[in-house]
Ligand binder design. Structure first.
Ligand SMILES: Nc1ncnc2c1ncn2[C@@H]1O[C@H](COP(=O)(O)OP(=O)(O)OP(=O)(O)O)[C@@H](O)[C@H]1O
Length: 827
């Protein structure tokens, strides 16, 4: 990479005239360590081309600029790279008619969802609405349910710590009333209970171990306001992303699968009566496959053991019976093997449908044979782990991809999975519960079917939480073995497995016990799991490798040691490994010693103990785990944004944003039609011109890049600077003008002009978009000077600025407006 180092920069001010000066500098071009070329350029200053700094300190300022300080353009470029990414910055403008149609559809579906939810919530509390358009979701907290020390968020003030509720007398009355006391960084606030119940949210975070530490200030809410705005913009961006993704997918087409009478036959072989939610999921999937022309991208979200697999099996049948292949992707080999067994069993009456398991345990020759069979269509259903995503696996005629627990795959693998979504039907199974409210609010944005009801004969799992005692462990295991069952014994780390083995072997010398963990030789792990599944091993000592998906009906006791080291969601999953048949199941959760646990940890565990009833996972989800489900829908990276305001307020803001999606659209204008009425036509210094290989061509290229999109312009300047060093000021001005025009076009500003101290920007944007844009501005200076006046954004400056300074001001202002673009739908 080439770079220029100023060496040394000399700047002379001409004494003849204070407004005419000359500078010259010597630059050295370095490639690696080799000095290649040096050149000198002089710039003749002409009136009307002034520097933004009016002081005489120009020389040294400029020197620093060359050496270290990032300039306006590089700061903007960096932000474009960070906030936008290529996709964002070059996002194609949406077909407005299509988008309108979609938004209408989403709104209708949402309305239906909301009505459903309101009906449900009529007696259950919550959901009493929060102003027009909020969609009827309410995540506020009942102050009486708070405990001293709980973190709360007040919409206007920010994060505080709940202290208690006490009677107190207000200034204007003698009657004592109840007040909620909240501690803030700089004092204590007291709020009448009634008001508190309208303004307070719990401040809970997705990551259970990370508790908020910094309290907001009562007397200075600016930090809080900023956090809130950050949250709001992040949410907007998420909603827009969802919408775009959905719209993009709607453009993909494939012929619907034929409705095949054999499907009813296949369904009839299911040995159980499906639950109502299962039935609905069957219908949803069948419709996706047989009635729609766009490939399916549906999430089946259901609590552990609630019967998601059958939904996938029926989808597979539909696709395979039409002559296409189906791939089942599992996060671990153990689960892949289990799926393989279930699929093989379920399709055993169809000898023509061949099922294969691709696993790393196979020999090279076996693998080659399998790959060949897949390629030639001799295998109809292929089960495996992420190895199925590799480039060596060539499908003959892939129609369906079933992904189990997508969130457990790595980033690269997820990307690969996403790439399938445009060409084949994809069904994703997730045992992470998502709150029903979230699900309903999202109807229209993401296809999902919820399975919230357990199969009928399921008996709730009995959960026992206590300090560890060998006697308790022994008696629990004995009870299970006496009824011919099997036991999971789970530890947080591999390190403790051996010790547990010694203890259990001593206690049960005649019982078959084995260990299983992720670092075992895979073949050995597979064998152990197989033996456990068949009942040959009675006690399985393991790490959380058994966490999700494993279905062993005869194992009905799970013992978890050092329970405090597991996350709540993890424990919930672990517990779900048992109680999958009609036998009563037990989960023993042991902590080492109560005194070692914080109150918080104990409380958390108690919540799990309370949620022993089936389906309670979904209630738990509303509180602590909701955010995980949220991750399955939005992707984990967005969960970070929740930290700004806490889950509850985040959800409320999300619902508000979802229901107002149509208001957040920005209509860009063609670049060529943007008029900037400021008379600046900087002349480039001759030395710079001489230095450029083809100056005319370069300026043309810059214009072309600006016309294309902001990403191209950014790339252009970066490469210009890499090649020729930081440009002289006049070139910077030229570039800034291009940037200003590009950004104006993107945000829907068609004309910029100045009249005295006033700057006017003609725009097609609506006031709400203007508000979102200005809210998210980081600089108060720009925010406070802008007003929206019918079809214009106006700014009243303190003084009339010289042209370059004016251009700088416009550049900065547009850069700030432009930063909010990802949160808007672009037309
Ligand atoms: N309607 C039903 N009635 C009774 N049993 C059922 C019903 N549906 C499924 N089952 C059985 O319940 C068990 C759990 O079902 P399944 O494995 O499909 O759950 P899952 O939702 O995939 O769970 P996990 O998230 O743990 O993978 C299976 O043994 C399955 O045969």
């Amino acid at each position: 990479m080439a770079s220029f180092l100023p060496n040394p920069l000399v700047l002379k001010l001409s004494s003849a005239s204070p407004r005419l000066w000359v500078w010259s500098s010597v630059f050295t071009l370095q490639r690696g360590n080799k000095k290649k070329q040096s050149f000198q350029f002089k710039a003749v200053y002409t009136p009307g081309l002034s520097l933004s700094s009016p002081t005489n300190k120009i020389p040294s300022l400029r020197k620093e600029k060359y050496e270290t300080e990032p300039d306006d353009i590089s700061i903007l470029n960096e932000r474009i790279r960070r906030d936008f990414g290529k996709r964002e910055a070059t996002r194609p403008v949406m077909d407005s008619e299509e988008a309108d149609k979609y938004i209408r559809l989403v709104k209708e579906q949402q309305q239906k969802g909301l009505q459903k939810l309101k009906g449900k919530n009529a007696s259950g509390g919550g959901g009493d609405g929060d102003g027009p358009g909020a969609g009827g979701f309410n995540y506020k907290v009942d102050p009486y349910s708070l405990r001293s020390g709980d973190y709360v968020v007040h919409k206007k003030v920010g994060i505080g710590r709940f202290v208690g509720i006490k009677f107190d007398v207000s200034k204007n009355s003698t009657e004592p009333i109840e007040y909620v006391f909240i501690e803030y960084a700089d004092g204590m606030a007291k709020l009448p209970v009634k008001q508190a119940s309208r303004m307070l949210y719990r401040y809970s975070l997705p990551n259970e171990t990370k508790r908020p530490r910094t309290l907001s200030k009562l007397n200075d809410t600016t930090v809080w306001e900023r956090r809130k705005t950050k949250g709001k913009v992040a949410i907007q961006k998420m909603v827009v992303d969802l919408m775009e993704l959905y719209l993009h997918r709607l453009k993909q087409k494939r012929p619907p699968y034929p409705k095949n009478p054999a499907m009813a036959e296949f369904a009839a072989q299911f040995p159980y009566e499906p639950t109502p939610d299962q039935k609905q999921a069957f219908i949803d999937v069948e419709r996706d496959l047989t009635e729609r022309q766009t490939p399916m991208d549906r999430l089946i979200c259901g609590d552990v053991g609630f019967g998601k697999t059958e939904v996938a099996l029926r989808a597979i049948f539909c696709v395979v019976s039409s002559g296409k292949q189906a791939m089942v992707l599992a996060p671990t080999i153990v689960l892949a093997k289990q799926h393989f067994d279930v699929v093989s069993e379920r399709f055993s009456k169809y000898p023509d449908i061949k099922v294969g398991l691709l696993s790393r345990f196979q020999t090279k020759a076996e693998k080659e044979e399998y790959l060949d069979m897949i390629k030639h269509g001799h295998l109809n259903i292929i089960v495996g782990t992420h190895s199925l995503l590799g480039s060596r696996v060539v499908y003959n005629n892939l129609g369906l991809l079933v992904v189990d627990e997508e969130q457990r795959f790595g980033v690269k693998q997820k990307e690969k999975i996403a790439s399938f979504k445009t060409s084949v039907d994809v069904l994703t199974l997730s045992a992470t519960p998502i709150p029903r409210t979230l699900y309903l609010a999202l109807t229209g944005f993401r296809d999902a079917s919820l399975i919230t009801t357990p199969p009928p004969e399921r008996v709730p799992i009995k959960t026992h939480l206590s300090a560890f005692s060998k006697e308790k462990v022994i008696s629990a295991i004995k009870y299970e073995l006496d009824r011919d069952g099997q036991v999971f014994y789970v530890l947080p780390r591999i390190k403790g497995l051996e010790e547990a083995m010694d203890f259990l072997q001593q206690a049960f010398p005649d019982v078959d016990i084995a260990t299983a963990h992720g670092q075992q030789y895979s073949k050995q792990l597979e064998e152990t799991m197989e033996k456990f599944a068949q009942g040959a091993i009675k006690i399985l000592i393991c790490t959380n490798i058994v966490e999700s998906g494993l279905d062993i009906q005869n194992a009905n006791t799970i013992i978890v040691q050092d329970v405090q080291q597991f996350g709540l969601a993890q424990l919930y999953q672990l517990r779900g490994r048992v109680g999958r048949a009609d036998k009563e199941a037990h989960a023993y959760l042991f902590y080492p010693d109560k005194s070692l646990l914080s109150d918080q940890a104990l409380e958390r565990l108690a919540a799990l103990e309370e949620c022993r009833e089936l389906g309670k996972g979904f209630q738990l989800a509303e509180r602590d785990m909701g955010i995980r489900g949220f991750g399955t829908i939005f992707g984990e990276q967005q969960t970070g944004d929740v930290g700004n305001v806490g889950i509850d307020l985040f959800f409320e803001m999300l619902f508000e944003s979802l229901s107002k999606v149509e208001e957040h659209r920005v209509m860009s204008v063609p670049y060529q039609s943007v008029q900037i009425d400021i008379n600046i036509n900087p002349r480039l210094p001759s030395e710079y011109i001489n230095h450029l290989e083809n100056p005319m061509e370069i300026v043309k290229e810059a214009e072309k890049a600006a016309e294309k999109d902001i990403w191209s312009l950014m790339q252009f300047t970066e490469s210009l600077r890499r090649q020729y060093g930081k440009e002289p000021y006049s070139m910077e001005i030229l570039l800034k003008k291009l940037y200003a025009r590009r950004m104006a076009a993107d945000v829907g500003i068609s004309k910029i002009y100045a009249s005295g101290k006033m700057v006017g920007m003609k725009t097609n944007m609506n006031k709400k978009v203007f508000k979102l844009m200005t809210d998210s501005m980081t600089s108060d200076i720009h925010r406070n000077s802008l007003v929206f006046d019918r079809d214009q954004i106006k700014a009243e400056l303190l003084l009339e600025l010289p042209r370059e300074q004016l251009l700088n001001w416009i550049f900065q202002c547009l850069a700030e407006l432009h930063a909010s673009l990802p949160a808007l739908i672009k037309y």
